[in-house]
Design a protein around this ligand. Structure first.
Ligand code: CA
Length: 418
């Protein structure tokens, strides 16, 4: 599919993240606008509350855009999702008869503040990147036992906290926690010294389920995708994770990019999961190309210094797709809700430069990386700004995600000091 041209000129540049082919959904505010739903088109945001009020978008018997989140649209289901996308393309395409009516409803993105695009119902994080799981397993258990015996058969995960999910741009505070280093015989309560990022994609569940669903049904339930940084305190994790998995190590914050890129926009970029050495059980089998070809990168900027790209990888490195993770999530009968967020697991590639966490990039701190600024990093330092970037490359256009950034602030003073 080629670039679809818009009368919003900036949207037609071949490397712009938000062409007419994309139309991602966010929530924005400006000094003149309370937080409200918006659609990105080039350098502008279409104010959906205003578009609905003007009668330009009229898809339901009641207002869909009088709230600052996209859950009500999700709730309506795939037919409305398709009708909305078709209507937006009509309104914004080159030659649209509605151009003069729509133009006053566009707000420059440069002056807008972005907010959480949806209310997160619940948050689950998976661990379905094979290179990541192999790297981490090799560090902790040796090469022979790198992948746990279940890993190639089910997408393993843990239930995270919806309350910890924040939008890109939110500062992250280095956490305190109970740590026990192998050289000490007693645990201590200290600020984390091994605070890390995890480069992931988040899938947003747009339809509820009550009972087990197939992979194809799960695919239909997914509304869209965001970039996701699962901030992780490795020293807290190492002490707490056995046998029930990560808990406080992952509960400080999880950042997501502000624009929901819809499944429809990503459709031309579908690609197969990697070859499998064990056949999956029937209920988890792929039903067509399950992944997307999305280039991903991580930039690190020390305080007051330029950013360096420290990792480049691709979403097609996943072993299990979001639809397979979602299907697995429902096998027990676990009800899924509109607004559930599923983290993919850290997405690393085969090469050293393609590792999606500092834990892997510095090999557990044994091989610190050196930045062009002269700084070295094993884990994050106070003042570091992390930016995840991602886009799917089309023929003369891009489907961009919008950055997922966060700055690490120093730990507070002892939170229990009185
Ligand atoms: Ca993770």
């Amino acid at each position: 599919m080629p670039l679809m041209k818009s009368w919003v000129e900036s949207a037609n540049a071949p490397d712009h993240p938000f062409p007419l082919n994309n139309l991602p959904y966010g929530v924005f505010s400006t000094p003149a606008h309370d937080p409200r739903c918006g659609v990105a088109i080039g350098d502008m945001i279409l104010d959906m509350a205003a578009a609905e009020e003007a009668g330009l978008v009229d898809l339901a018997d009641y207002p869909l855009f009088d709230v600052p989140f996209w859950n009500e649209v999700m709730e309506e289901g795939p037919e409305l999702w398709a009708a909305l996308r078709a209507r937006l393309i009509e309104l914004l395409a080159e030659g649209s008869p509605d151009c003069t009516a729509v133009e006053p409803l566009l707000v420059p993105m440069a002056g807008a503040e972005m907010h959480m695009p949806f209310l997160v119902s619940e948050y689950t994080d998976f661990y379905s990147g094979r290179h990541h799981a192999t790297n981490v397993g090799t560090m902790f258990r040796g090469q022979e036992n790198a992948l746990p015996p279940n890993w190639l058969h089910i997408p393993i995960g843990y239930n995270g906290r919806a309350s910890s999910v924040v939008v890109s741009g939110t500062d992250i505070r280095r956490p305190w926690g109970q740590l026990k280093s192998p050289d000490h015989d007693k645990p201590a309560f200290l600020p984390s010294r091994r605070f890390d990022l995890e480069l992931e994609m988040g899938a947003i569940v747009g339809q509820a389920s009550d009972g087990p669903v197939t992979v194809a049904e799960a695919n239909d339930m997914i509304f869209g995708y965001v970039l996701l940084n699962d901030w992780s305190a490795r020293d807290i994790q190492a002490w707490e994770y056995q046998p029930l998995g990560p808990f406080q190590a992952k509960a400080t914050a999880t950042s997501i990019s502000p624009w929901i890129v819809t499944k429809a926009a990503l459709e031309p970029f579908r690609t197969d999961t990697p070859a499998r050495e064990f056949e999956l059980l029937d209920h988890l089998k792929d039903c067509g190309p399950m992944l997307y070809d999305i280039d991903l990168a991580v930039d690190l900027a020390p305080e007051g210094k330029p950013a360096t790209t420290i990792a480049r990888t691709n979403y097609r490195e996943m072993y299990f797709s979001a639809a397979q993770q979602l299907a697995h999530h429902t096998t027990s009968g676990c009800p899924m809700n509109v607004g559930d967020l599923l983290g993919s697991g850290t997405i690393s590639g085969a090469t050293k430069e393609a590792r999606g966490s500092l834990l892997e990039l510095s090999w557990g701190g044994k091989e610190p990386i050196t930045l062009p600024t002269g700084d070295t990093r094993s884990f994050l330092e106070d003042g570091d700004t992390l930016t995840l970037r991602g886009h799917a490359q089309g023929d003369g256009y891009r489907i961009g995600f919008g950055d997922c950034t966060g700055k690490l602030l120093p730990a507070p003073k002892d939170p229990y000091a009185r």
